[in-house]
Design a protein around this ligand. Structure first.
Ligand code: AHM
Ligand code: MG
Length: 348
């Protein structure tokens, strides 16, 4: 029996692939590509504080490389290294206005990859944790007819989803629908080593995470939800507040400690800020596979059919019981109806 602590991400994914004898290996190598891209991005993220010393955007750093804005850099790295064996036919990035067709002549082109290359990047200058979020869908259309419809699939169709958090250490977390697994980057050997096998979100939420500066713009129902999270729904008192403002880091902490993340609609942004394809759906898949739940306030995020690649959605994400309670509260006429949640794309 191999020592699990010495399993790197590629070996662990290969072990899981053996459960599917018909698998071609494309999917496994695609996850390996993403892990590789993550290492390259991680290396650059750790040097972000040196930009002012080594040169600003557009200038050359000490290695003679052009220094780019980190989100552009991360985006370029994902496009360059993901799907390099022809496993991918189409990619979409939060950083790009349109999806990118991939030349997959050398391979099967079986997969569609969607990513947010550097989520929370406004935090970079303060050395706060940021992340990369990714999703993998199977191509639906026949090769000759590849179109954007391959991207507009509900989260339930996801073949895999994951994120990388660049924090005090770099972690790669993913699910293929068989548990959620986390790997920590050992910078000495440059490998992601299995450190968190089969993560389960604690049942009862201990932490709530929301930008309370938006409270004046919330509906009465959302305000009441947050008030009860704060003051306590039971005798036991309220929950602790933690908000980094970096979705991957906020979600990752709540996944390990138990908690709920909220990005409700506001009067200024009726669908909230976060994107269904790049942010909400992949984290919803991880939450559900860890025993949690994600809702847009009216039902499961994973059932929403995207109407466009950059569509936004309200998001309530984390411990299952708490998110289900939020859905119930938002539907309660006692707190008034209105823009409580419920993005577009829910099948009726
Ligand atoms: P980004 O994709 O432009 O980085 O924005 C998404 C980020 C999330 O990481 C985070 O949860 C959210 O914006 C924070 O928004 P706010 O500052 O409104 O609280
Ligand atoms: Mg983002």
């Amino acid at each position: 029996m191999p020592n699990k602590n010495l399993l790197n991400v590629e070996s662990h994914i290969l072990d899981m692939q053996r459960l599917h004898p018909s698998a071609s290996g494309d999917f496994t190598s695609l996850l390996g590509d993403i892990a590789f891209a993550a290492k390259v991005i991680a290396r650059e993220v750790t040097r972000a504080g040196l930009v002012d010393i080594l040169g600003s955007t557009g200038a050359s750093n000490i290695q003679g490389e052009t220094v780019q804005k980190l989100d552009d850099y991360a985006n370029a790295i994902m496009l360059k290294f993901v799907g390099r064996r022809g496993q991918v036919c189409l990619m979409a990035s939060e950083e790009l206005p349109d999806p990118v067709r991939i030349d997959f002549r050398e391979g099967s082109g079986k997969y569609v990859v969607v990513f947010d290359p550097l989520d929370g990047s406004s935090n970079i200058d303060a050395n706060v944790s940021i992340g990369t979020i990714f999703s993998i869908y199977r191509r639906r259309s026949r090769i000759a007819a590849i179109c954007n419809d391959d991207l507009l699939q509900p989260g339930r169709e996801l073949a895999a989803a994951g994120y990388v958090v660049y924090g005090s250490s770099t972690m790669f977390v993913h699910t293929t629908g068989h548990g959620v697994h986390g790997y920590t980057l050992d910078p000495g050997i440059g490998e992601f080593l299995l450190s968190h096998e089969n993560i389960k979100i604690p049942f009862a939420a201990g932490i709530y995470s929301v930008n309370e500066g938006h409270e004046p713009l919330w509906s009465p129902a959302v305000r009441e939800v947050v008030r009860r999270l704060k003051y306590g729904r039971q005798e036991s008192g309220g929950m602790s507040a933690r908000y980094i403002g970096s979705l991957v880091a906020d979600f990752h902490r709540n996944l390990l400690y138990g908690g709920v993340f909220l990005y409700p609609p506001t009067t200024k942004a009726p669908l909230g800020k976060l994107r269904l394809l790049y942010e909400a759906a992949p984290l919803a898949m991880i939450a559900e596979n860890a025993g949690g739940y994600a809702s847009d306030g009216a039902g499961p995020i994973l059932d929403l059919v995207p109407q466009g690649v950059h569509q936004r959605t309200p998001l309530y994400l984390g411990s299952r019981e708490t998110v289900l309670w939020i859905e119930k509260m938002l539907a309660d006429p006692e707190f008034g109806s209105g823009s409580n949640g419920g993005g577009s794309g829910r099948a009726v």
